[in-house]
Design a protein around this ligand. Structure first.
Ligand code: HEM
Length: 125
């Protein structure tokens, strides 16, 4: 029998937690002066795509790729001027969201660390 290591997705609490994260995250983003203005008023479609993306990013089912193909996330962010400050603001909003949903400290740290790679990789301006 092969014992699979538990994914971050499973450690976080799976679908229920990812749902809570995206629901907490976007209202915080919309209020953020640094990045809020980049997002459309109707945030629902973005929230749903992020739910699908983060699910697979953390090691859950490949919801995003099944629907939209290769994520190419850096390319998908090219239309938006992303500075280092904006990457920091995005991560700051995520930190607030994880605190809001009561994620345990060590797990929160791991999740933020995992997201900081892509966030700074998307800097294009
Ligand atoms: C670095 C700072 C970031 C900024 C300023 C930013 C901003 C944006 C904006 C403006 C959109 C498009 C909204 C629209 O559809 O009009 C978007 C889409 C998206 N972002 Fe980010 N983002 C950042 C980082 C990230 C990170 C770190 C992730 C995930 C690891 C991520 C995942 C996504 C996803 C999944 C979408 C939807 C893509 C699609 O259209 O299929 N973003 N982001």
């Amino acid at each position: 029998m092969v014992i699979q290591p538990q994914s971050l997705y499973e450690r976080m609490g799976g679908a229920e937690t990812v749902r809570k994260i995206v629901e907490a995250f976007y209202p915080i983003v919309q209020e953020n002066p640094e990045i809020g203005p980049l997002f459309p008023e109707d945030i629902r479609p973005v929230q749903e795509k992020q739910y699908m993306f983060l699910t697979q990013f953390f090691g859950g089912p490949s919801l995003y790729s099944d629907e939209y193909g290769h994520p190419m996330m850096r390319a998908r962010h090219l239309p938006f001027p992303i500075t280092r400050e904006r990457a920091e603001a995005w991560l700051g909003c995520m930190k607030q969201a994880l605190e809001k949903i009561g994620m345990e400290e060590e797990l929160k740290h791991t999740v933020l660390e995992r997201l900081s790679g892509p966030a700074f990789h998307f800097v294009n301006s």
